[in-house]
Design a protein around this ligand. Structure first.
Ligand SMILES: *Cc1c(COP(=O)(O)O)cnc(C)c1O
Length: 424
């Protein structure tokens, strides 16, 4: 361990020119963020020459591990042919065909640049399509950083104490109803009251920005039934779960067909992307077929599209999801075994896991706020010193890639136990 001297120096420099020294609040943690400069496979390397087993994986996209050779080669080949045309390309058609093939609920897609753009546009489409304004989300659900969803939002918004952001017009915030996740009664009541005004419900099928919280039995079915009966749209935000839980997302695993799906993170193979899609009739309301406007200079950018196509091929050819799911099972099981008797709760699904610093199960946002966040910060730091990099907040999920080795998992579990021994 070489210490964090250069990271500290860079943070001092960055504070002068970047707000809080970062470009995204989710990267901010005390006393200063570790600056990374290289990554390969399951490892990430910082500017002081320290090496870490990475469980943040760029907040999710790198299920392939870093610098996957096939994705790298595909991008290099595309660079020879240029990287931004602002025109139609064959690649964007091929990518759309692949996504449509994977998701039963999707006939047509629109490619954008981030998950934020995807959910923002999907919500606009839901409002435009239904002619209604009200949108429903869940407490602690994070769907990117735009006005309609920055109401009781999770992820960095919760970590940094701004789940309701100033700057979101009050009139607009009132158009977002917020309910507790996994609460059947609350959803039923709201639909009884104002079902006819609801344009759509947006939810992750597995909660992923207040730690990892799987849905309770029947909850997703309830959302499907109530939206259907009230002519509202069900939007599954699969930015984390899409191409992770299965090739057809969490909707395939839970066998629920939403009206609209948003994708991001993994689907770009590590390059910035977002997508949203649904059945042709709904999607036909989007410009230029319909009049719900959405556009983007870099949408379907050839480099991103190339990375994306190769990412989806790699998922398929290398059985990435199945292998990563096995690693996920393994690390959760091993952690539960090793940490028996500690006041921690290991939860998760697929290639996701959360280490909650509390004993009871975490079922919704109210539960996660009971966890010990200061101790988590200490745990994060302590593990970094030991060469294990977790995401910097308990709201963020730990991810595992298909290239993490069993030996690395064993080493990680052992180190987590040692670090907890120190901080608890
Ligand atoms: C990360 C995330 C987003 C936002 O995606 P960006 O690419 O960061 O804009 C939206 N929804 C969910 C569920 C996410 O995890």
């Amino acid at each position: 361990m070489n210490g964090f001297k250069r990271s500290r120096e860079l943070f001092d420099r960055s504070k002068d020119v970047l707000v809080g020294g970062v470009n995204s609040p989710a990267r901010s943690y005390s006393p200063f963020p570790i600056f990374m400069e290289d990554a390969e496979g399951s490892k990430i390397y910082d500017v002081d020459g320290n090496e870490y087993i990475d469980y943040s994986l760029a907040f999710g996209p790198q299920i392939f591990g870093h610098k996957h050779p096939k994705i790298k080669q595909a991008v290099e080949r595309q660079l020879e042919r240029g990287w931004a045309y602002g025109t139609s390309t064959e690649g964007e058609v091929e990518l759309a065909e692949m996504v449509v093939d994977c998701f039963d609920s999707i006939d047509k897609v629109r490619t954008v640049n981030t998950g934020t753009e995807a959910t923002m546009s999907a919500i606009r489409l839901a409002r435009g399509y239904t002619g209604r304004d009200q949108v429903v989300k869940f407490t602690g659900g994070f769907h990117g950083a735009h006005d309609s969803v920055l109401v009781e939002a999770g992820s960095g918004a919760s970590t940094h104490g701004a789940p309701d952001s100033p700057g979101v017009p009050k009139d607009l915030a009132e158009k977002t109803s917020v309910l507790p996740w996994n609460d059947h009664e609350a959803v039923k009541e709201l639909f009884e009251e104002i079902g006819g005004e609801i344009a759509g419900v947006i939810s992750e099928p597995v909660f992923g920005n207040a730690g990892c919280i799987p849905p309770k039995n029947g909850f997703l079915e309830l959302l499907r039934d109530l939206t259907h009966d009230n002519d509202s749209l069900l939007i599954f935000d699969e930015v984390i779960t899409g191409f992770r839980v299965s090739m057809g997302g969490a909707q395939e695993k839970f066998d629920i067909k939403p009206d609209l799906t948003t994708l991001g993170k993994i689907v770009g193979g590590g390059f910035p992307i977002g997508m949203f899609g649904g059945d042709s009739e709904i999607m036909s309301h989007l410009s230029p077929e319909g009049d719900v406007y959405q556009a983007g200079t870099f949408s379907g950018n050839p480099v991103t599209t190339t990375a994306s196509i190769q990412a989806l091929k790699t998922l398929d050819n290398d059985n990435v999801i199945e292998k990563a799911n096995k690693k996920g099972n393994k690390i959760r099981e091993r952690l539960r075994g090793e940490l028996d008797g500690y006041p921690v709760r290991i939860q998760g699904l697929s290639s996701m896991f959360s280490i909650f610093l509390r004993e009871q199960e975490v079922n919704d946002y109210d539960d996660i706020v009971e966890c010990d966040f200061e101790k988590y910060n200490e745990l994060h730091r302590e593990l970094a010193r030991m060469g294990v990099y977790l995401p910097p907040s308990q709201y963020e999920i730990c991810f595992i890639s298909y290239v993490h080795s069993d030996q690395e998992i064993d080493e990680t579990v052992h180190k987590i136990a040692m670090a907890l021994e120190k901080v608890l």
